[in-house]
Design a protein around this ligand. Structure first.
Ligand SMILES: NC(=O)c1ccc[n+]([C@@H]2O[C@H](COP(=O)([O-])OP(=O)(O)OC[C@H]3O[C@@H](n4cnc5c(N)ncnc54)[C@H](OP(=O)(O)O)[C@@H]3O)[C@@H](O)[C@H]2O)c1
Length: 254
């Protein structure tokens, strides 16, 4: 069993969806968890309360991960209250489903800043806290098949996810020798708010459900959180700069 007792974790975008599942999963494994959100204050507070009810320390903190000042203030809060950071899950992302021919520079920049550049800022501001971890500290980012495939209306997010995966590899190169472990979980389609807002999502969910290479199941946030838990644990110490695909086998199909 994975035991994260005594570890401190921060999950960005943990008020709902996959981030919420990751926060709860890490807490159930023993970690204290900081729950980041940007708009859903009461939902984030509920996640923090649920974590506290497990006997862990928890806090909900508002910070827009695309804003450097917010990220700096969030890491100051983590340092003041929790003194170090062992696990950082970079999960927060913004949508912007539209064809490239209708995308403005502002749309492109918003996706890039929130989904990819934010990870650089998070690590710049958390580097000192992450290197205080007694073993290897763990950074896990969330990506999608859009990073390497062309999907309808997904170009902005897909491009940002390709950048995100590259940033993870380069952070591993730069900071791996300091004891920070970086990996990506690439998830298949999960029926969260982000997907439900996408036109044609019902057909997409049905397609993925019927094409997964396992018995009749839908990919759930908890399935993705299981992979994040593995990469947040010492079991993955020698997995560095990699992308772990959690999609029920959809990605290997011809
Ligand atoms: N769902 C899928 O099928 C799927 C597949 C592959 C990968 N992923 C990836 O998994 C991650 C989570 O996806 P999801 O479907 O769970 O998303 P979601 O349900 O839309 O939740 C997004 C979360 O990110 C937060 N957030 C958004 N912008 C933020 C910002 N600027 N600063 C801080 N927090 C911000 C939201 O906070 P508020 O609630 O406060 O707004 C919310 O907690 C994303 O990186 C996504 O790309 C999802």
């Amino acid at each position: 069993m994975i035991d994260l007792s005594g570890k401190v974790a921060l999950v960005t975008g943990a008020s709902r969806g996959i981030g919420r599942a990751c926060a709860l999963r890490l807490a159930k494994a023993g970690a204290d968890v900081i729950v980041n959100y940007v708009t859903s204050q009461s939902a984030a507070a509920e996640v923090a309360e649920e974590i506290q009810s497990l006997g862990r320390r928890a806090a909900a903190i508002k910070a827009d991960v695309s804003e450097a000042d917010d990220v700096r203030a969030m890491m100051e809060f983590v340092g003041d209250r929790f003194e170090r950071l062992d696990i950082l899950v970079s999960n927060a992302a913004t949508g912007g489903f539209r064809p490239l021919m209708e995308a403005s520079p502002r749309h492109f920049d918003a996706a890039m800043h929130t989904n990819a550049r934010s990870l650089i800022t998070l690590i710049q501001e958390a580097r000192d806290l992450l290197t205080r971890s007694p073993g290897q500290s763990k950074v896990v980012a969330l990506s999608s098949h859009g990073s390497h495939r062309a999907l309808p209306n997904y170009a902005l997010i897909g491009a940002s996810k390709a950048a995100l995966e590259s940033v993870i590899r380069h952070l591993a190169l730069e900071l791996g020798p300091e004891g920070i472990n970086f990996n990506t979980v690439l998830a298949g389609i999960v029926a969260t708010d982000a997907i439900k807002n996408l036109p044609g999502s019902d057909a997409m969910l049905e397609y993925t459900r019927s094409n997964m290479l396992l018995p009749d199941r839908q990919l759930e946030p908890d399935d993705v959180a299981s992979a994040v838990l593995f990469l947040a644990s010492s079991l993955s110490d020698f997995v560095q700069g990699e992308t772990l695909v959690v999609d029920g086998g959809i990605g290997i199909r011809g």
